[in-house]
Design a protein around this ligand. Structure first.
Ligand code: URA
Length: 408
């Protein structure tokens, strides 16, 4: 039976709900082996899925765990998700902005995958910060302060956790149908009314082309419609890292700079404003033009910054504990010209090799290391100018400076 299902997909035929249910639930229960599921995932990657199959798979994912109910929390609950990128710390800026405007936000985040850091790993660079809140604690916190940034509860779409881990090691992460089911099942199960998805495209992203991003957008909107959830998408560039910091503590500090109004005029600030604007527009049912005024005012008045401090304090984090390594190297320009490119993927690899993420499952994360860019794309640089500072705790031998920075 299992072999028949795999064979059917290998031949590019459509699987029924029952067939998908049998093999995916069998895998969750341990009756289907890793090698069988890997084979099916690869057949899906190569042959794709019909819309009906994707809708069925999303339902099977959602039904594998709890569906959270936040009906008694007043207001439209708005959520965001990013498909993952290098230097992406938008959650730390966007959630406080949106919550400071009276819109409840329950943000459940993941850990790092591949070269991209995870939001939960990043916020753990604040000592004491609790990332494993129960459903009861989440509801209490949202009632009291209007926002939560936490890890996913254990029973939220357990099938995605198991399948994602397998996709990660079988080169099946970038399948658009699998990405759509994975993201939308979590967003629907975590109880939000409206959802903003930031789809990243480029060298440092899962999706490499705008066409693929558009296809994912259309699919996620169709799934949202079935569950009566408004879904909006932003397609954003991931050829270049977001902002100037890559690495856990460094990224939280950069987010704080934006919240304090100290950092503007770069791709990270612009994306935060764009995402927050869409979320506020959905949450308050107002136009984007009206929403952006409120978003900017929330930063200028420090309401968003104070909301961030409130979240950290409520979740027992010590904001003063964020530290960056005392050991650093300067990377200098080897010629003069215009900085044309900063390669997101190469920076992600470098940051991972410093210890900012896990290479093996048993590795521990070093929160204090990472890369701080001193120059951004399109800036003119002179030979000898500092392009980046690399914070380390172990000797580094091989920085591929010409692969990371392109000066012309
Ligand atoms: N993010 C997810 O949650 N799932 C995917 O499959 C890809 C990105």
């Amino acid at each position: 039976m299992i072999l028949d299902i795999i064979d059917k997909k290998r031949l590019g035929k459509e699987l029924s709900y029952k067939e998908l249910y049998t093999i995916f639930n069998g895998y969750l229960n341990g009756d289907v082996a890793d090698y069988q599921m890997s084979s099916l995932l690869m057949a899906i990657c190569i042959n794709g899925m019909t819309d009906e199959e994707i809708f069925a798979l999303t339902k099977i994912f959602i039904d594998s765990g709890d569906v959270l109910e936040f009906a008694d929390i007043p207001g439209v609950k708005v959520d965001k998700h990013s498909t993952g990128g290098i230097g992406d710390k938008t959650t730390f800026v966007v959630v406080p902005i949106v919550a400071s405007l009276g819109i409840p936000v329950i943000k459940m985040c993941g850990r790092g995958l591949g070269y991209t850091g995870g939001t939960i790993d990043k916020i753990e660079s604040i000592k004491g910060y609790k990332v494993d809140l129960s459903e009861k604690e989440i509801i209490k916190q949202v009632h009291e302060i209007g926002a939560v940034i936490t890890g996913q509860t254990a029973d939220l779409v357990p099938m995605d956790k198991k399948i994602y881990a397998l996709r990660d090691v079988t080169s099946t992460v970038s399948s658009i149908p699998l990405i759509a089911s994975s993201i939308m099942s979590k967003k629907i199960a975590d109880g939000a009314d409206k959802i903003l998805i930031d789809i990243k495209v480029g060298k440092g992203a899962l999706l490499k082309t705008k066409e693929d991003a558009k296809e994912l957008e259309n699919l996620m909107k169709k799934i949202g419609k079935i569950y009566d959830k408004e879904v909006r998408c932003i397609i954003s560039d991931m050829d270049t890292p977001l902002g100037y910091a890559i690495g856990n503590s460094l990224e939280v500090l950069e987010a704080i700079d934006v919240l304090k109004g100290k950092e503007k005029d770069n791709n990270f600030y612009d994306l935060c404003i764009k995402i927050a604007t869409e979320m506020v527009s959905m949450g308050l049912n107002i136009s984007n033009e009206e929403a952006v005024v409120k978003v900017l005012e929330s930063i200028e008045s420090k309401k968003a910054y104070n909301k961030f401090l409130e979240i950290v304090e409520y979740q027992k984090g010590d904001i003063k504990s964020i530290t960056v390594s005392n050991n650093s190297y300067k990377v200098k320009a080897n010629k003069s010209g215009v900085l044309k490119k900063i390669d997101a993927l190469e920076i992600g690899k470098l940051s991972l090799s410093l210890g900012a993420g896990k290479v093996d499952i048993d590795d521990t994360i070093d929160y204090t290391v990472g890369v701080k860019l001193n120059k951004l794309v399109d800036e003119r640089v002179k030979k000898g100018d500092v392009l980046a500072i690399i914070y380390v705790n172990k000797p580094i031998t091989d920085i591929k400076i010409d692969k990371i920075f392109t000066i012309e």
